[in-house]
Design a protein around this ligand. Structure first.
Ligand SMILES: [Fe+2]
Length: 193
């Protein structure tokens, strides 16, 4: 029988570990389990660390936005209300997503950390993975595998007024709001902000 590994943690190199520690603890409602000798371990669940920060000696090298490498790490919530609650909590702390995207397969909020790394906070729009796969093989996804940006505050307000989750997580709902830039434009704007 073949063993299947699970994702354990992500390690980010940074020259400003204190700033990133604060940011990731806020983003993930996490806490530090170890800090010292250029290492900081952060967790928010039953794993001993999910995000680690590594500070190496020597001058910091800034990675250009288009450089090959990891684009983002995604964290998933059980339901839309949980995602929107975290969105509101972070917004109150001045942390706002640079790109809220209705992918169709997920409802995703992309945050940019103080070093320029992206973290996606999301929900799966389909309760069963096979349904998500079927959606990705369908015409809506084929026509546009990214999907439109959406207004999160409008979603929060609509949900508070009782709009059903099933309606809010459709691309049609995202497109019914104010016209927003394409997600790629939002990412590009974040890089130059
Ligand atoms: Fe993602």
């Amino acid at each position: 029988m073949v063993s299947t590994p699970r994702l354990a943690h992500v390690v980010l190199q940074t020259a400003q570990p204190d700033v990133l520690t604060d940011w990731y603890c806020r983003l993930l409602d996490g806490h530090v389990v170890y800090s010292g000798k250029g290492l900081t371990f952060i967790t928010f669940d039953d794993e001993h660390h999910r995000i680690a920060l590594l500070t190496l000696p020597g001058p910091e090298q800034v990675r250009p936005p288009s450089a090959p490498g990891m684009h983002h790490v995604a964290f998933t919530f059980d339901d839309l209300d949980g995602l929107l609650e975290r969105y509101q909590s972070l917004a109150q702390q001045g942390i706002r997503p640079v790109a809220p995207v209705q992918h169709g397969v997920t409802t995703s909020l992309y945050y940019r950390d103080p070093d320029g790394n992206y973290a996606e906070m999301q929900i799966d729009n389909f309760p069963i993975p096979d349904e998500a796969t079927a959606y990705m093989e369908g015409p809506e996804y084929d026509a546009d595998p990214v999907g439109p940006a959406f207004d999160v505050d409008l979603m929060v307000a609509a949900r508070a007024q009782g709009a059903p989750v099933a309606e809010l997580i459709r691309r049609a709902w995202a497109l019914s709001g104010p016209r927003l830039p394409h997600p790629w434009e939002l990412f590009a704007a974040a890089e130059t902000a």
